[in-house]
Design a protein around this ligand. Structure first.
Ligand code: SIN
Length: 557
């Protein structure tokens, strides 16, 4: 590997804003959870049940998260025809050699308890003749995906968790609170968070332990299934505080996002293919069998890349999902949310071809955690999409993320309570003088669109050295004025996070000179285990370090 780029300190200074801890309004709690998706709420419930006093911060309304939008379901072994071993095998195979096998085994084994607990809390999983209804998704060798309301699994799950959390007197949910930075003590323990409250006023929330559950970063791309709030803020605030970020070059693109001018990029669940939908090109031809034996149910990276190739070959702007060979009433009942969404554009899900193409969906990399959900920083734990547990390797298997959020959420909540009792948990916070010049006349919406477009075009589904080099030049130029300047409003502060995220992503994508899972280099089309079986770990102090695994790691395909 050529010399890795350096982490430019000016671009990653410790705090985004100046603050004086002694003059700010301050709240205190035992456990602070930043983020209100499945991972955040599950961790809060666990900590509160163990007697901790918990604050949950949500950037907007608590339901504004990727969990709420999740359609397809949750993968868990619940059936005699399935086995833990089979789910482990499928996950390792999708991850192409770089899953952490102990994390895979841990999540798959713990999954059933988390689901049984949700059922006991009233989660309305779909059933057929009183048995849990299970469907298939790409890369799963058997039907093991549970769902709620047909295609509104995330909403059903989130509403259940919200109900349980809101009925717990130990939990306070604070909405519209934008976390700017994790705050450290003099000994570098994380002791809380600096936030902008609903009125854009800064305040401190100090905590015995802090759990980061801030979700993904899909909205840094122009085309995405994610809400606009998924901007990678949590990962970057942890990075600035000294956390190790791993696997950031692996961004998963969902193959089937609705592609109609004027429509938001609505996800059309992989479960639609799980129930038998075909993918056809502009000429009406099924094409997936030319790319993989499992055809439409190949792993996601394979299907997304096949669609990109098919679009280039046919010079079309979308391919189509085709359910016309299925029973229309059954399909409309199975996918009521998607059917209603496409009907707004005059399309009938069961009788029309539905135009789709890939878009950014899930960030596989994140803040590195161990099996206790602890990061390398004392006082900081992480779970859910913002974390990197090692479960997904180079390509996440569909419906493995909600279950990961629940399993690691429970662990994070439990361990945060233990950590909040350590002697150093009450160390006072330290501010730092920033000395940055306030930037005047800055149009952050324009900059955000430019960043999203650049990432989509040059650091997207397919990558090459020329595009990545140009992207890095633009990012470097933007960072000179955007990252070294002083800002105060949440949109601009979040944009600083997005640019920092993009810099780490583009550099890691440029350095990994092979194709593996969701990382596709057109100039290095093959997987290269000799040089690249392993992970980039990045930190402010250590820079970019590549850790090789030995090549007995499972998961070949
Ligand atoms: C889907 O329903 O296709 C999305 C599920 C997931 O991303 O795991």
């Amino acid at each position: 590997m050529a010399n890795p780029p350096t982490i430019r300190k000016g671009a990653f200074r410790r705090y985004l804003v100046n603050f004086d801890p002694s003059s700010l309004p301050t709240d205190r709690c035992d456990v602070l959870v930043v983020g209100g998706g499945a991972a955040g709420l599950r961790s809060a419930i666990e900590a509160a049940n163990l007697g901790a006093n918990v604050i949950v911060l949500a950037k907007n309304e608590v339901s504004d998260c990727n969990t709420y939008l999740a359609q397809g379901g949750i993968a868990t072994v619940m059936d005699d025809k399935d086995s833990v071993e089979s789910h482990i095998r499928d996950t390792l195979s999708a991850g192409i050699g770089i899953c952490d096998e102990s994390a895979v085994s841990f999540v798959v084994t713990e999954a059933r308890s988390r689901i049984e607990e949700l059922i006991s809390w009233g989660a309305p999983f779909d059933r057929t003749n009183s048995h849990l209804a299970l469907t298939k998704e790409g890369g799963h060798s058997v039907s093991r995906i549970l769902h709620i309301g047909g295609d509104s699994t995330g909403r059903g799950l989130h509403e259940t968790l919200q109900r349980v959390a809101k009925s717990n007197p130990n939990i306070r949910i604070v909405e519209r609170a934008f976390a700017i930075d994790l705050v450290s003590s003099a000994s570098m323990r994380i002791v809380g968070v600096l936030v902008l409250d609903e009125e854009e006023k800064p305040r401190l929330i100090l905590a015995g332990a802090t759990i980061l559950a801030t979700g993904g970063a899909g909205a840094i791309y122009r085309e995405t299934t994610n809400p606009a709030s998924s901007t990678g803020d949590g990962v970057m605030m942890a990075f600035r505080a000294g956390a190790i970020v791993r696997d950031i070059e692996f961004v998963q693109f969902h193959p089937t996002t609705l592609y109609i001018a004027g429509a938001s990029r609505l996800l059309v669940s992989e479960a639609v293919r799980g129930e038998g939908a075909y993918l056809v090109n502009a000429g009406g031809e099924r094409f997936m069998h030319r790319y993989h034996d499992a055809a439409e149910l190949a792993p996601r990276d394979v299907v997304s890349l096949a669609i990109v190739k098919e679009l280039a070959r046919t010079k079309a702007t979308s391919v189509f999902l085709d359910l016309r060979h299925k029973d229309p009433d059954e399909m409309l009942a199975r996918f009521p949310g998607i059917a209603s969404a496409v009907s707004r554009f005059g399309l009938d899900l069961a009788r029309d071809l539905i135009p789709v193409r890939p878009s950014a969906h899930y960030v596989i990399g994140g803040v590195k955690v161990n099996q206790s959900a602890r990061t390398n920083l004392r006082g900081l734990l992480a779970c859910g999409e913002c974390s990197s547990t090692g479960l997904h390797g180079a390509n996440r298997l569909g419906s493995n993320s909600l279950i990961e959020a629940l399993v690691y959420g429970e662990v994070a909540g439990r361990n945060a309570v233990a950590d909040s009792k350590h002697d150093d948990a009450r160390e006072p916070p330290q501010g730092l003088p920033l000395g940055a010049q306030k930037v005047a006349g800055f149009d952050y919406e324009d900059m955000r669109r430019s960043l999203q477009t650049l990432l989509w075009r040059q650091v997207g589904i397919t990558r090459n050295a020329r595009d990545l080099g140009e992207a890095k030049k633009s990012l470097h130029f933007w960072s000179r004025y955007l990252l070294e300047g002083g800002f105060e409003r949440r949109g601009e502060l979040s944009l600083q996070n997005q640019l920092q995220f993009a810099i780490l992503l583009a550099n890691a994508a440029d350095m990994r000179q092979e194709s593996r899972g969701v990382h596709t280099r057109m100039d290095f089309e093959k997987r290269d285990d000799e040089n690249w079986l392993g992970h980039f770990e990045i930190s402010v102090t250590g820079g970019y370090v590549f850790h090789k695994l030995d090549d007995t790691n499972e998961g070949t395909r």
